[in-house]
Structure formats: C-alpha cells, structure tokens
Write a protein that binds this ligand. Sequence first.
Ligand code: C5P
Length: 453
Amino acid sequence: MNDAEPLPATLLDRIKNAIAALEKHEEIRIISHYDADGIASAGVICNALLRRGKSFQASMIKNLDAKAIAQFASEIDSGCLILSDMGSSYLDELEKIEGTVIVLDHHAPPRDSDKVFHINPHLFGLDGMTAASASAVCQLFATQMDAANWDLLPIAFAGIVGDRQHIRGLKGINEYLLTEGLSKGIVEVHEGSIIPNGKIGDALFYSVDPYFSGLSADEKGVADFLASININPEMSVDQLNESERRKIASLLALKLMKQGCTLGTLEEISHERFYFKRLQLYASDLASMLNACGRTDNEGIGLGVTLNDEQSITEAMVLRKKYKETILTSLKNLEKKGLTKLSNIQFFYSDNPNISGTVCGLAMQYLADRDKPTIAISIGDEESRVSSRATFEILEKGVDLSVAIGESARVVGGSGGGHAIASGATIPKGKENEFLEYLDRMVGEQKRKKLGA
Ligand code: C5P
C-alpha cells in the first residue's frame, strides 16, 4: 500500500503537551465508553500507564452527563482525568474541573478548548467517523508516550474494527497506524471473504455479520444448503478447494442480494482482515470479544482481555459465544416480526437496550429497507433508550443521524448524539411516538435540503 498521509503536526503537538501534563501525576482516573472502541481505548491507555509505572482506576460507562462529570471531578482532587471515546460534547463541564483533563475522543465536537487537552481528529481536519476510532487516537497518544507501545496495536485495531471504520478501507489516523504496523511487522493484511471462518456448518449457523437469512441460526437451513452442494458441514473453510470456495461464495452473495444487500455492501463484507501474528488472532476476533463484554455489562472483563489477563480471556470467549446466540435470536425474531415503516425511517422495539445498537446495525445491513435509517427503541422504567443506524448511501442523500437524533431527543426532553451513521439517545418514557414522528419529519427535511442544494 502507499505511504499514509503524514499526520498534522498540530495534532502531535497537542498530544505531546497533554503527555507532559500527564507525567506530573502518579494516579490517573480513566473514563471510557462501554463499547468495543471504548474498551479498546481504555485498554491502550491503561497498558501505556502501567508501563510508565503510573497507577490508574478505569471505568467504562454508557453515558456521560454533568452529574457523572461532577462525581469524577470530586474523585480526582486536582489530579488527572482522561476521558476516551467521549468527552468532546461536555467541554463546559470539563473546563470547570481543577486538575489535568485529557479528552481522547472522535465524536464531532461542538467546539475546541483552551483549558482541556482536547485531542479529537475533527479539530485537525480528520473525520472521526471514518478516519480515526477513539482507540486509534489513544494508540497515537500511547506511541507518543513511548515507541515501545506500538505492540498495543492489536487493541487499537479491535476498536477500529469494532466501530466498523475499516469497511471502506482505512483512512487518516487508522491508515497511518496500519502503515506503521506493517513496516514494523506487527500486523498483516489478509484478503477478506464472504465465507465466515471455522467449520463450514458452524460458521454459517453462527454467522451474525453477515446475517444469512435461512442459514444463520437455522440448523436445517445450513444442513440442506451444504447437502445441496455436497459439502461436509464438518469441513474447515480452510480445507475447501478453490472451486468449492467459489461456489459457496457466489451462492452466499446471491442470498444476500435477495435480502436487499447492494454490491457495495457485498464488497464491504469481503473487506481486508488484519492479522496479528504474535497473538495469532484477527482484529475482528478481539473486537467481538470486547463488544460482547461491553454489551453484557462485563466491561471489566473486556479491560482484563486488553491487559492480557488469562482468566478474562477465557471468560470473554464464553461471553462472546453467548452474546452471539442472543444477537442471532434477536435477529431471527426481528426477521419474523418485521420493522414498522414511516415515510423516512423504520423502527422496531427491542427488549434488551444493551444489544439494540448492534441489532439495529445488523438489521440495517441485512434485514431492513436500505433506503430508510433504522431505529431501535428500548422502553425502560423511567426512560427509553434509542439506537439508530444508517448506511453510507443514506448519508449521501443528506441524512445526518447525529443531528436528527440529537434534536428529536431534545424536543421531547431527552438528549443524544453520536455519529452521522450511528447515533443514540435517551428520551423520557412515554415520548416514543412523539420522538419518532419528529425524527421522521427531520430525516425527510435533511433529504429535501440535500436535493435542493
Ligand atoms: O448505543 P449505540 O451503539 O446505538 O450508540 C451509537 C452512538 O451514539 C455512539 O457513538 C454513542 O456514543 C452515541 N450515543 C449518544 N448519546 C446517547 C446514546 C448513544 O451520543 N444517549
């Protein structure tokens, strides 16, 4: 591959200034998001701090708000607070904190700060949605602390892949990390395939991304499919010969096209894979482990995985299997029930808010109408949680879910945000219909605005 664009000197300067401020503290408080990218971000930072002889306390949380920030401020007592994969939207509150505050975020920030060390790719001309995961920002921070931290690259890549920033090729900071990782012999790029890895029977049955309608979580479907092409379900995908491999790949592609996937999505599914030889694992393996930990309220185990704790790794593998089964069951139910369509969006109710983001994303890709953003609503005791996902094609039509979800939530007394393609909110219970109606209108307006532009 070509050399990546050099990183902006102003970004590196800001990182160096933040590191200089951090070095004055012995104890560091770390707050990060609970998803795969958030856990990977905390993992990179915790490893780097451990090696530096610093002590730390890390927490992964679902949502940041003013109350939580006040709590963290009281805990650090003029010390050092690092926020990763969050923080850029709370500068007003963070600037009031006595002590050193470092934000390593990649969500579009409303502004910059003179007081907080605000390290966010958007401030340096790089798109945080496609060109830098939070873990990539943290990896840059860690390698600026000490070049020995390049070996943390697998963790950073778990965040990149967990946030699906690789599906259209790596850019910006992500690409820089890959170029450096290749030249240092840390990472290898392997060709991708639509055929999932492992024993072919199990691989198809457990396939979540892609979700193959009639194969995923369908024992009879898999058995009939493999019997029809004379393939032993016990055979490993690596043992398939070229013609078997091609035959299966074409049939699976056809299946996905029938489910409404575009050629673009098929290309995205077969994206390149990042292999870490020393650990003998793909970035996607680590990403799925961290994701399962975060989405089952086991963030601590996820952090343990990044710290190479053997027991955590064993537990995370069990969690990953169970989590996959839960997602598959939800997708199967959703496939049966279908989604409710409004003029510009489609939605479904989910009874497990922790997995709605993932199910929403997979439904958008493999089950739903690809022209409308997909919204998942989970009704809680006092408030309801919202997850939303779009496709790049929908974004090209002018839709920005971060803006639409954020404003629709505010209108009904809630709050939210995220990225243009993946966004979330919390709204008061009972306001779901009002929220959906407003959102539907707003997405329509965003599209009309683009058409008129
Ligand atoms: O929870 P989910 O995976 O759907 O979140 C998608 C994105 O929306 C994340 O980037 C998250 O930070 C953001 N989000 C938010 N406010 C919320 C919920 C999610 O900004 N209340």
